[in-house]
Design a protein around this ligand. Structure first.
Ligand SMILES: [Zn+2]
Length: 448
């Protein structure tokens, strides 16, 4: 497989250098040299040797335990005011950095935490862009939304917050330090862990499982393989609140178990979870640890289906080629109360060549956003469209127009945080217009 693929890729690469920016050129040249030595083995290369194929990608991966050592306040349920009592499962932050053949980079940080606040993102972005050649537009921070993690914005968690900032920057640095030739592929599967949680009643919409409501059961998976084809990392998405449990122990919940099982069953692999548009989606059944584990196993099995584990030949892996393009913009979202200052809402689009179009939305977007974006931007022979929520900003629900007009918890939630609703019903169109603009800005035919 590798030989045929590489010859195609080499042909493709020969068209690229003119549009490649100077930045990273030297690194890429050094990188190709290293690849040359690796591919040719210990023998000394001669002038007669054909030029070795250059790797399309380099990837770096790192993980770090971020379980609090102290009984901090927990995030997610207002009614649970007592601090954590202990650890059921460790929490992790993980980083994947991808570098294209022209030296362009994107960094994805996934967190077993309630959210990735705008403040945390800004701190990490400032330090990462200064030192690692990664533009802020290409930094994606996504949280699993576990409700059994720390409330790191709480006054009692100031030390933990400082630890988190330092640790995430170190984590990114470690990922960059491990950059090595890689092959990327995209695959997808489905899992039915999530159920819509908005049920219409004579009293309006209540928070209750609704098997007839809209869901997004897709499991998009980016696999990262070493030059020898061994699996190095998988990034997988799913749209479902990470709320099987509500007890007072640290836990990654179903997303934590899915990552744990994948890493246990595929030695040497780092599994990173990317939360989707799960604002109105819950895992059912809930409230027993065994259910969190079963949901995790279900999702891990779907990931294995997506990567066609133990299947030979694999027929549904889409090789990912080309350059990284990223765009990030904040759009002002108005509240229903026009006296309030609009919220600067982050929208991000990251393309990997013309094979993956990743749209990352801030805060708790309801599932309509993912379904609409995938319907609008999925075109024949176009990139696979992947929609993440819970990215680069938290807290607050972002209901679709439909959900806003229907009412219910996700539409009406108010709270002490400035960015919680209720919103103006026009926010969906403002978000979509921004997505459209960034999708255009990242088209492969345009220069980066
Ligand atoms: Zn939530």
């Amino acid at each position: 497989m590798a030989a045929g693929q590489l010859s195609i890729l080499t042909g493709k690469l020969s068209l690229r250098p003119l549009q490649a920016p100077a930045r990273g050129g030297l690194a890429a040249a050094v990188m190709f040299g290293i690849a040359n030595l690796t591919l040719c083995g210990p023998a000394v290369a001669t002038a007669a040797d054909p030029a070795p194929p250059a790797p399309l990608w380099r990837a770096g991966v790192a993980a770090v335990r971020i379980t609090p050592d102290n009984p901090l306040p927990m995030a997610g349920y207002d009614a649970r005011t007592e601090p954590a009592e202990g650890t059921e499962q460790n929490l992790y932050a993980k980083a994947l950095v991808l570098e294209d053949a022209a030296g362009g980079r994107t960094l994805w940080i996934t967190l077993d935490l309630i959210g990735a606040t705008a403040g945390l993102r800004e701190t990490v972005a400032n330090r990462v862009t200064e030192t690692m050649g990664i533009p802020a537009s290409a930094l994606l921070m996504n949280a699993s939304h576990t409700h059994c993690g720390p409330d790191y914005d709480h006054a009692a968690a100031a030390d933990y917050r400082a630890f988190l900032e330092t640790t995430l920057v170190e984590l990114a640095g470690r990922a960059v330090a491990t950059l090595a030739p890689a092959e990327l592929a995209f695959g997808t599967a489905r899992a039915s862990v999530a159920m819509n949680r908005r049920t219409p009643t004579s009293m309006g919409y209540i928070n209750h499982p609704n098997p007839a409501g809209p869901v997004d059961h897709a499991v998009p998976v980016l696999s990262v393989r070493n030059a020898d084809a061994t699996l190095r990392a998988v990034v997988f998405g799913y749209a479902c609140h990470n709320t099987t449990m509500a007890f007072r122990r640290w836990l990654g919940d179903y997303a934590g178990y899915a990552q744990e099982y994948l890493e246990a069953d595929h030695a040497g692999t780092t599994a990173l979870f990317m939360m989707g548009c799960a604002g109105d989606q819950n895992p059912y059944p809930r409230r027993q640890l065994a259910y969190a584990q079963r949901h995790g196993r279900t999702l891990a099995t779907a990931v294995e289906a997506a990567i066609e584990a133990d299947q030979d030949p694999s027929r549904h892996q889409r090789p990912v080629t080309g350059l990284v393009r990223a765009a990030f913009e904040r759009v002002d979202l108005p509240f229903a109360d026009t006296a309030r200052r609009p919220h600067p809402y982050p929208v991000q689009v990251i393309r990997l060549g013309d094979d993956i179009l990743l749209v990352a939305l801030g805060m708790e977007t309801t599932v309509d956003y993912a379904l609409r974006i995938k319907a609008e931007f999925t075109v024949a022979n176009g990139p696979a469209v992947w929609v993440a929520g819970y990215s680069n900003d938290y807290p607050g629900y972002i209901p679709s127009r439909r959900v806003l007009l229907e009412g219910g918890y996700e539409a009406e939630q108010t709270g002490p945080a400035e960015q919680t609703g209720p919103w103006d019903p026009g926010i969906e169109e403002k978000i979509m217009a921004t997505v459209r603009k960034l999708v255009e800005r990242t088209r492969p035919e345009l220069s980066r």
